[in-house]
Design a protein around this ligand. Structure first.
Ligand code: RP5
Length: 168
């Protein structure tokens, strides 16, 4: 695959609750910037377990290449989805309001048993999840790899502008 099909979502962004959207929208924003088609929906491991199984089991068939899953608290969504598909799953620990500083989310996503990996990003690190998903796609898509190069250039130039400003 060297071209991304325009209307076929490549990345599935899922989250346990609508309350996660303020964090998870950063993944959508970055994929939009990079021109990567994605879909975004709510799937709760605990409140809609059958929907979670259906989503994970049909993900590859419907053309998704990577899943980004964000959840907070006892955050079982990324791990359970990873158990149900061999697509790469990127986990985003979300700091939910009544949590113990987010450690509950971090540890329940990070500490997966051997055999079922979840690539865990930082607490509320949805932007990096979007970038990592794009980097996975960029291994086979020159279009996405180019978009990532441009993104890195923009970042570098922004830092260099700050360096120049400090010199004055
Ligand atoms: C988790 O519980 C969700 O992922 C969310 O981070 C947290 C709180 O959910 P709500 O009570 O706001 O729906 O399942």
């Amino acid at each position: 695959m060297s071209q991304i099909e325009k209307n076929q979502p490549q990345v599935g962004i899922i989250m346990g609750s609508q309350s996660d959207l303020k964090v998870m929208s950063a993944a959508a924003d970055i994929l939009e910037q990079l021109g990567v088609p994605f879909e975004l929906t709510i799937v709760s491991a605990h409140r809609t377990p059958h929907r979670m199984v259906e989503y994970a089991e049909s993900a590859r068939k419907k053309g998704l290449k990577v899943i980004i899953a964000g959840a907070g608290g006892a955050a079982h969504l990324p791990g359970m989805v990873a158990a149900l598909t061999t697509l790469p799953v990127i986990g985003v620990p979300v700091k939910s309001s009544n949590s113990i500083d987010g450690w509950d989310s971090i540890l329940s996503i990070l500490q997966m048993p051997s055999g079922v990996p979840v690539a865990t990003v930082a607490l509320n690190g949805a932007a990096n999840a979007g970038l990592l998903a794009a980097q996975i796609l960029g291994t086979t898509s020159a279009v996405v790899a180019d978009a990532l190069e441009k993104h890195r250039t923009t970042q570098r130039e922004k830092v260099m502008r700050s360096v120049e400003q400090l010199k004055r």
